[in-house]
Design a protein around this ligand. Sequence first.
Ligand SMILES: [Zn+2]
Length: 62
Amino acid sequence: MAQRVETMLDCDACLKKEGTEVDAVMKMTIGPDEYDLCEMHGKKFRALLAEALGTPAHTLAA
Ligand SMILES: [Zn+2]
């Protein structure tokens, strides 16, 4: 089975805000929407969501 290459995806937030292409290191999925995010934006949005929604029940404390 062919594996999808995901190493070359760009951070959606960097593209949107700065117009710069930064390698994405993680993916954020909300329903049908998938966002690829760099380390900085991943942490930022993860923290924002955690503050708004609380920690997901299936997530173990890190
Ligand atoms: Zn970014």
